[in-house]
Design a protein around this ligand. Structure first.
Ligand code: LEU
Length: 84
C-alpha cells in the first residue's frame, strides 16, 4: 500500500535516486544520509517514489524527478511504495 511521507524544507533532503522512464526503471531511493531529513522521515533504500508533490512519477525522466525534488522549497511530499 502506498504511503505519503512529508519532509519539511528546505533541502538537502538526504537521499539519492536511481531509475526514471529514460532508464526503464522505477524511481528508487538508493541511499539515505544518516541524520538527514529523509532518515528522520523513515525513508529507506528500496522505496519506490510513485509521486512527487502530488505529481505521478510514471512518465518522469531521472532528471525531471531530480529537478522537481530540488525545486521543492517549503516541503517535499513523496508518495512511496515499499515492499513488505
Ligand atoms: N540529493 C538530493 C538531496 O538530498 C536529492 C536528489 C534526489 C535531488 O537533497
Amino acid at each position: 500500500m502506498p504511503q505519503n511521507v512529508i519532509l519539511p524544507g528546505p533541502a538537502p533532503w538526504g537521499f539519492r535516486l536511481s531509475g526514471g522512464i529514460d532508464f526503464n526503471q522505477p524511481l528508487i531511493i538508493t541511499r539515505i544520509t544518516p541524520g538527514s531529513k529523509a532518515s528522520t522521515a523513515n525513508l529507506c533504500p528500496g522505496d519506490i517514489i510513485v509521486a512527487i508533490n502530488g505529481l505521478s512519477t510514471e512518465n518522469m525522466t531521472h532528471n525531471d524527478a531530480q529537478e522537481r525534488i530540488k525545486a521543492a522549497a517549503h516541503q517535499l511530499s513523496l508518495r512511496i511504495e515499499r515492499a513488505e
